[in-house]
Each structure stands twice: as structure tokens, then as C-alpha cells.
Design a protein around this ligand. Structure first.
Ligand code: UDP
Ligand code: MG
Length: 313
């Protein structure tokens, strides 16, 4: 029998959180009085999380384990969770209890009202550094400005998706994934629910700055051509400037007999400056081409050591 709800949790080295997560998610989901499953996706953990997930699966029939062959990153772990989920409503939540499981009931309430994407909006955040808050807010502002997809401010991957949305997203097999953008892109009926983001229950963040930058680049390149188009505008600007410059220089030379800016340094600075700009845009091109290359190779998104047995589907 297919459950009404699937709760998807990506897990990467979370031994300190898993017991508490399992307890609290179970407690909340039991309150719904309906059937549910807990899809725990082990993203190549090396700290014993895998064994803990196995133990849960043995003692609790709600638990569906998906074990990756290596670490593929948070977005792909959630993708695998969506692939193996069976519920009518699918909830994505982090393992570290920063997203309080109790909020799932609010998401479900909105789903019952007929909304198909219910995303949780962070009103307050505990235990996060000023730097993280600043970079996150900058990121949302940039994304808002330059993409066509209106990704709401202060939302993460904590959200509820209707089966219709999950089915569409499961057909979107792009390697470079920015799930919160993709779920908005599907265009179904969407609404936000405010919540207070808690501090991590145990352990430390698995999203260092490097991974955050990578996700931000994926978000931008997946939903916008703006960095490519910027080259056109910058190019047009410098063409105009150089033309004006030429006119001014001719006038100065012949009308005023001036040798203003006639030295080698001027030439050198101009060449290095424009060389730098050209290299930057080559890098932008490279970013898109690399991503196209990733897509055309057509490799599977992830490899699994173990997937749920579906005898009792
Ligand atoms: N995570 C994952 N694979 C990774 C990194 C993170 O599955 O390579 C999981 C992690 O276990 C957690 C969620 O993604 O459940 C969010 O990670 P984290 O809490 O470390 O990120 P933060 O909240 O600090 O942005
Ligand atoms: Mg976290």
C-alpha cells in the first residue's frame, strides 16, 4: 500500500542527530493519523550513519533506506529520495533538526487546502553566523534580480511537494540541480509557511563555503543567461567609450597639438584591463560549457549500494 506521506531526509555523517530525528519525525507523523514512510538517503556517510539507518529499517517498517555508493551531495540525495518516495505528499527535511519536524503539520495543513508546493520560510534563524546570514541574503537578492524564476527569499529545501510536482521533477534529470528553483519552475499552486529555524541538534555543518558557492553557481547557471548576456553589455559599453576616446584624442592631437596620454603606460593599462575582462567572460563561458558537458555525458545522477525492496509496494 502506498503511504499518504513520504518524509525524505538526506543524511551525510549525522550519527549525533539520527536517533532524535527518527523519534521526532515519528512522533509528528503519528499525529496525522495517516500512513507515512521515512526515506532516509545515506549520502556516502563514513561515521556509522549507514549502520544506524539499517537498524532503523529493521525495527521500523516506516523506514525506507537508500544507500549511496559514495557522497554525491545534498541535492542529489534529495533527488534519490524523491525517486524512491511513494507518498501523495512528499516532505523534504534536513537531518540536523534545524527544520523542526513539528512544522511538517503546518505544511500538511496547507497541502490539505489544495496547495501543491508548500515551502517553509525562515522567519528567524538560531545558531548561524552573521557571515552565513549575510551571504544567504545576498544570494537570494541576486537570484531574484537575474533569474526568471521567482525563488522566494529565505526558503531552503524544507518543503512539501504534491505527488504531481514530484512526478514532474522526477522527469527533470539535469545533473546540475537546484531543487528549490526546480520546484518553483513546475508552476503548481504554491504558498509559504513561516517558521523559526532552530540551531543544529548535533555535529557541524556539512555545507562549507565551497559547497555553498557551488550551489549558488548552479542556481544562477540553471535559471539565468544573465552572466553570458553581461558580456554583450560590457562589450557595448567599452566600444562606446573607446569611440568617444578616439574622437577626443583626434581633436586634442590636431586642434590642440597635445600629447596627452600618449605614453606606453596608457596602452599597457588598457590592454591588461581589457585582457582581464575578456578572461573573466571566458571563465563565464567555461562555466556554462562545463555544465553542458556534464549534461551531454548522460551519466546516471547517482549510484546506489542499496535501495528499498518494493515487495510490499
Ligand atoms: N547533506 C548531504 N550530503 C552532503 C552535505 C549535506 O546529504 O554532501 C545533508 C546533511 O546531512 C543535512 C542536510 O544535507 O541533512 C543539510 O546539511 P547541513 O545541515 O550541514 O547544511 P546547513 O544547514 O548548514 O546549510
Ligand atoms: Mg543544517
Amino acid at each position: 500500500m502506498k503511504p499518504v506521506y513520504s518524509v525524505i531526509v538526506p543524511v551525510f555523517n549525522e550519527t549525533g542527530c539520527l536517533e532524535e530525528l527518527h523519534r521526532r519525525v515519528s512522533e509528528v507523523m503519528e499525529k496525522t493519523g495517516e500512513s507515512w514512510e521515512l526515506v532516509l538517503v545515506d549520502d556516502g556517510s563514513t561515521d556509522g550513519s549507514t549502520e544506524m539507518i539499517h537498524n532503523f529499517a529493521q525495527t521500523d517498517s516506516h523506514v525506507r533506506p537508500v544507500i549511496f555508493a559514495r557522497n554525491y551531495g545534498h541535492q542529489l540525495a534529495v533527488t534519490a529520495g524523491m525517486d524512491y518516495s511513494r507518498g501523495q505528499a512528499v516532505i523534504v527535511i534536513d537531518a540536523d533538526l534545524q527544520d523542526p519536524p513539528e512544522v511538517m503539520l503546518d505544511l500538511i495543513a496547507k497541502w490539505r487546502e489544495g496547495y501543491e508546493v508548500v515551502y517553509a520560510v525562515r522567519e528567524e534563524r538560531e545558531g548561524e553566523s552573521g557571515f552565513k546570514l549575510f551571504t544567504a541574503s545576498l544570494f537570494y537578492k541576486v537570484i531574484h534580480k537575474i533569474t526568471d524564476i521567482k525563488i522566494p527569499m529565505n526558503t531552503g529545501d524544507f518543503r512539501l511537494l504534491d505527488r504531481k510536482v514530484v512526478n514532474v521533477m522526477n522527469t527533470m534529470r539535469e545533473h546540475q540541480r537546484f531543487l528549490r528553483g526546480m520546484s518553483i519552475w513546475t508552476g503548481f499552486r504554491q504558498i509559504g509557511v513561516p517558521y523559526k529555524r532552530a540551531a543544529r541538534f548535533a555535529g557541524s555543518t556539512k555545507y562549507p563555503l565551497k559547497k555553498m558557492i557551488k550551489l549558488a553557481m548552479t542556481a544562477i547557471t540553471s535559471f539565468s543567461y544573465f552572466p553570458l548576456q553581461l558580456a554583450t553589455w560590457v562589450g557595448a559599453f567599452f566600444t562606446a567609450v573607446s569611440f568617444l576616446f578616439l574622437v577626443v584624442m583626434i581633436i586634442l592631437r590636431f586642434a590642440a597639438h597635445s600629447t596627452f596620454l600618449a605614453g606606453q603606460v596608457t596602452t599597457l593599462v588598457a590592454v591588461i584591463f581589457l585582457g582581464g575582462i575578456q578572461l573573466i567572460f571566458l571563465g563565464v563561458l567555461g562555466e556554462y560549457i562545463g555544465r553542458i558537458y556534464d549534461e551531454v555525458k548522460g551519466r546516471p545522477l547517482y549510484t546506489t549500494r542499496e535501495t528499498p525492496s518494493d515487495e510490499n509496494n
